[in-house]
Design a protein. Sequence first.
Length: 234
Amino acid sequence: SGGLFIIQGWGTDQRVWPQWLKDSGTCYSKNLPQFQVVEQEFLQYFSVKQKKLTILVWSLGSMLALELAHKHGDKIAQLVLISPTAKFISSGDYEVGLPSGVLKNLQRKLSRNKEGTQQSFYSLMFSYSEDNFRHNFIKDMAPFFYDLELESLQQGLTYLQEQDLRLLLPEIKVPAIIISGSADAICLPQAAEFLHHTLRNSKLFKITGAGHIPFWTQAELCKNILQQEALYDK
């Protein structure tokens, strides 16, 4: 198979990906929501592999991946979009995002208490039935992410506040696998459905009861979907 190009979500870096998703032929994008940076890394990795790449992304990373697929579709074998969205904020013509106030509140709190704000965000990633995962994530994983730069966290929130990729979707021809938790409170399951209906060539897998981070809480199920559907072999 070609290579795997991975982009994580807000408030995390490549350490968020579990061992089973890691692979010697993997390139991780840096933790900046700057499309130019991600694009540069992607093109560099493509020139090394000389083969169409599979892009595996989560959360905010899905928006960057959609931008890549729109601009460089000829270099991409497949998109694997976990907990994705094309527009994070709801608006009059788009009701499946979060209210703008949620992000503004996060932005305000972030500059006052970065670690506390990150922690409350990580809490939101888990559904009611995933309490044990929430507890373990905050205890074992979150401390890795407390040293992420405030500026890059703020840039990420600005990107989520402003970005709207809906108009690009009908032009994207790259096949996409979409995985969404039915209890995701961050990128709502309806946002994944919207993507599925608007992208020409996509399959949607709903994971019942899962929150925003199903590759942690429903690892076996995600692993099976990726083994059956995704082009890269595990």
